[in-house]
Design a protein around this ligand. Structure first.
Ligand SMILES: [Zn+2]
Length: 414
């Protein structure tokens, strides 16, 4: 059934999704792609149009704006990212609205044979009667995170149109380059100036995420001894053979992403390149706990040391670099932003779903930088691929939760 906000959310998502704003990890520019600024400029224009204050685009490509409070309370930030994942085609997205979903398979005009079914996407089974938005089969949809953008814009428009609603001050930030891990510029916390914030970048209805992985990156460089193969006897040390031994000695059956879920971490070889003279292996290390993450780094060092001990003429160097940390480490000293989200979800008649994120969010970095930032649901499902979809009614639920949250924050201060 259609509820208030449905038409606006549908219109916004369809319009935003059609704009290509993919980020690119191979570009060092900030933002990484100029096309992200097309989204930024449109959003700045629309924010000005609905009467938001302090609208500007920073020189690192984020759109900032203020919804002034109508009551005292904490300054709350609402964030979403404008970029879409580089992993899948994002040019020429043609959003399709499947009105009043009937529970059967969803087909795609541009990809005969491609099907979205409740069997492969069990969350879809609960959405009969909803309006489902998909892409047309050859691109992702980009609900990650244009759903977050649409929800924040709709909530902002509603608050500015209803000055009678008592709510705390709100700062909005639409950021670039989240998908490539560069969404939080060091200037962002100061520019936002908030007490705490929420990213609108989560999945199913009710989800509140206040735990993410802790993450390190590792580079292993293996230097062998190069020699003419015709005269190499007793001289050549082949770095490729040593790399193969390092990979084979690591615990593939128990500690790789393809065999872990829930709260288990992993050690993941992401790429390997080189020659008989020198090989470079890159890993990502993930764990929810600091000691678990350190143990994975130690394991990698031990394996490399053991392989190095078998060939003293080779050199094996291991460099481990911190990436981000579980936001729980900071949030657990003050859980009030998380509890406020739970209260708002319950007040809307929904059930909070607490689930650790097997990845990082912009909130992981922001929290570490002093802005506690849990992640809230938007409804997005099967992201980063052609099956990506979202229910308009889920987005409406997220919009109502945002509105409730900023009113509760004011009520709790009064
Ligand atoms: Zn996202």
């Amino acid at each position: 059934m259609r509820s208030p906000f449905d038409a606006e959310l549908e219109d916004r998502l369809v319009r935003y999704a059609a704009i290509d704003s993919r980020s690119d990890p191979d570009q060092s520019a900030q933002p990484s792609t100029a096309i992200q600024l097309n989204m930024a400029r449109l959003l700045a224009q629309e924010l000005t149009g609905i009467g938001a204050a302090d609208v500007r685009i920073t020189d690192y490509g984020a759109v900032l704006a203020t919804i002034p409070g109508t009551a005292p309370g904490p300054v709350i930030g609402l964030l979403a990212h404008v970029d879409t994942a580089p992993q899948f085609a994002a040019a020429g997205v043609k959003p399709v609205v499947h009105r009043g979903y009937n529970g059967g398979p969803i087909t795609y005009a541009d990809a005969p044979g491609l099907l979205l079914t409740p069997e492969q996407s069990p969350y879809l089974a609960g959405k009969v009667g909803d309006d489902i938005i998909t892409a047309s089969g050859t691109t992702l949809l980009g609900a990650d995170d244009k759903a977050g953008v649409a929800i924040i814009m709709t909530a902002a428009r509603h608050l500015l149109a209803h000055p009678d609603l008592a709510h705390c001050p709100i700062r909005i930030a639409f950021t670039p380059d989240e998908e490539i891990g560069r969404g939080v510029d060091p200037r962002l916390p100061g520019d936002m100036g908030v007490d705490f914030a929420y990213t609108l970048d989560g999945g199913g209805v009710g989800e509140v995420e206040h735990e993410t992985f802790s993450a390190d990156g590792a580079v292993v460089t293996i230097t062998g001894v190069s020699a003419h193969p015709g005269y190499a006897k007793g001289k050549l040390v082949n770095a490729l053979h040593l790399a193969a031994r390092v990979v084979a000695t690591l615990p593939q059956a128990t500690q790789t992403p393809e065999v872990t879920d829930g709260r288990a971490g992993f050690l993941h070889l992401t790429d390997m390149a080189g020659t008989a003279a020198e090989v470079r292996l890159r890993f990502i290390l993930r764990d929810f706990e600091r000691d678990g993450l350190a143990a994975r780094g130690d394991l990698l060092r031990q394996v490399c040391a053991a392989v190095a001990a078998t060939e003293p003429r080779a050199q094996i160097a291991v460099t481990i670099t911190p990436q981000y940390r579980n936001m729980r480490y900071w949030l657990e000293t003050d859980m009030s932003p998380v509890h406020l989200a739970h209260d708002a979800i319950r007040a809307e008649g929904l059930t909070p779903v607490v689930r650790p994120v097997r990845g990082g969010t912009d909130g992981s970095r922001l929290t570490e930088m002093g802005v506690p930032t849990p992640n809230l649901f938007t409804g997005m499902q099967d992201i980063h691929g052609p099956l990506e979809w979202i229910s308009v009614q889920d987005m409406a639920a997220a919009t109502r939760v945002c509105l409730r949250l900023v009113q509760l924050a004011a009520a709790q201060t009064a």
